[in-house]
Design a protein around this ligand. Structure first.
Ligand code: MN3
Length: 248
């Protein structure tokens, strides 16, 4: 496939990171994430801690590679471009910037909202998935029972909320300081961090997260996604939230 038709196929994201990646052939699923490209600014694409194919059959390797190496990488590239003329962006805590978007100049506010929101959301997303993710236990399970009606009801309600999100967006579980959980959705790359909240977990319901394998069947993706969730990582996020140290 020519690079021109590849660009056409993968749309705007590929165009935005044209400088970041060498041409890549998708005929064979790669076994492991590629090495991260050399940083060109303060923002760096966080590596996946598992292989692209580690979440199969629930999320296929090609979707993971495009999602991580192209979509998330595009947000990183855009942030580094913005940081060239707004260096404070690269030295501020992501949670602080997203929690105070109105403090930004109008010329960058919208781009920061989308790209830093996307960076935060995807950093969270990769970190709460993985192979052999176990089951919810301890304080997290107790909080799910207490606040969300138990695991089965929680997953049903979470999937329903993700299904109702019109167009692109996310479905989250937010966690308040005292540990109380709530299901919330946001459009585009918005995040509860913009409201000063913290995110325990979240699922990406943009079509790019599932379309190659599930096409329009978002409900099937939402249901299968639970097989990829790393409950140990979520337990660690819960504990960090309660001590006020949870970041993105
Ligand atoms: Mn995404």
């Amino acid at each position: 496939m020519s690079s021109l038709s590849r660009r056409h196929l993968f749309g705007a994201a590929a165009g935005l990171v044209a400088s970041a990646a060498a041409p890549r052939v998708f005929a064979q699923a790669p076994a492991a994430p590629a090495a991260a490209p050399a940083p060109t600014g303060p923002f760096v694409l966080p590596p996946l801690n598992y292989a692209f194919n580690a979440l199969e059959p629930h999320i296929d390797a090609r979707t993971m590679e495009i999602h991580h190496d192209r979509h998330h990488a595009a947000y990183i590239a855009n942030l580094n471009t913005i940081a060239k003329t707004n260096p404070q962006l690269g030295t501020s805590a992501v949670t602080d910037v997203l929690g105070n978007l109105n403090a930004l100049n109008d010329d960058i506010k919208f781009a920061v909202r989308n790209n830093l929101g996307g960076h935060a959301n995807h950093t969270m997303f990769w970190s709460i998935m993985g192979p052999d993710g176990g089951k919810p236990e301890g304080e997290v399970l107790a909080a799910i029972d207490r606040d969300l009606g138990g695991l089965e009801k929680f997953q049903t309600d979470f999937n329903a909320a993700g299904g109702r999100q019109f167009g692109s967006g996310w479905v989250f579980v937010t966690i308040a300081k005292e540990g109380k959980l709530a299901i919330e959705t946001r459009p585009n790359q918005d995040t509860p961090l913009m409201d000063g909240k913290r995110v325990l977990l979240g699922n990406d319901v943009w079509e790019h997260a599932y379309y190659l394998n599930y096409q329009n069947r978002r409900a099937d993706y939402l249901k299968a996604w639970w097989n990829t969730v790393n409950w140990k990582a979520i337990g660690e996020r819960y504990a960090a939230a309660k001590t006020g140290t949870l970041g993105v």
